[in-house]
Design a protein around this ligand. Structure first.
Ligand code: C5J
Length: 221
């Protein structure tokens, strides 16, 4: 077993059971005119991590390790969108409304797509999820079981919302979780740093955190 240098202590990597999960690197969260911007956020913060997310994905591809991408989105008839989610936040455009990149957060619309630089390639799993957590109302749990995956390296956005929610869901289901610090971001810098601190506090109560170079070095050793 190789370990990955991490906080609060080394991550005991099981290479045969390890996968990368990239959360919601979609245009709707990172481009003007999308959902993130409609809530008044500075989406430029998200685009800054794209080169590191790309490097991490490439590292997993080079190491021939599985990659899972998630997309937050809803069915065109919005039957999977509870009013409590649609009505939240007083945005200028609500989920399902027509925006400059098509209907906000609706499956198949241009704005819902994963950023082209980070697009999945053949053989990589894509999970469409209606909630913040990627296990809720999706096939993710079955996919991980079928492939014998027990450990997840996390990247994506936003750190304290969909990334942390999915890490907590995974932790409760018995997966060991490691968050790549450079490959995640929040619209609020203080939320990113507090989320990282919460995740690894109390002896990695939710999971570990690590730097990208240490992860890449370990998986390609
Ligand atoms: C949000 C996400 N922030 N992917 N979604 O609504 O974190």
């Amino acid at each position: 077993m190789t370990s990955i240098k991490a906080e609060p202590f080394a991550f005991p990597m099981k290479r045969d059971a390890l996968a990368l999960i990239v959360i919601d690197m979609q245009r709707d969260f990172s481009e003007p005119g999308g959902f993130g911007a409609s809530l008044g956020n500075d989406v430029g913060r998200i685009t800054k991590i794209v080169p590191d997310v790309k490097r991490l994905i490439q590292g997993f591809r080079d190491a021939d390790l599985p990659i899972i991408h998630t997309m937050e989105c809803h069915r065109p008839d919005m039957s999977d969108l509870p009013p409590a989610k649609r009505n939240r936040g007083n945005p200028s455009l609500r989920i399902g409304d027509e925006g400059p990149m098509g209907r906000i957060l609706i499956a198949g619309e241009p704005g819902t797509a994963i950023l082209s630089e980070l697009a999945p390639v053949d053989g990589e799993v894509v999970i469409e999820k209606p909630g913040k957590g990627a296990f809720y109302a999706t096939e993710l749990g079955d996919v991980l079981k079928q492939r014998g995956i027990q450990q997840l390296v996390f990247a994506g956005v936003t750190t304290e919302v969909c990334v942390q929610t999915t890490m907590r869901e995974a932790n409760d289901r018995g997966y060991e979780c490691l968050l790549c610090e450079e490959a995640t971001e929040s619209y609020f810098p203080e939320f990113k740093s507090v989320a990282i601190a919460m995740i690894r506090a109390q002896g990695a109560i939710v999971g570990w955190t690590a730097h990208i170079d240490d992860i890449l070095e370990a998986i390609n050793a």
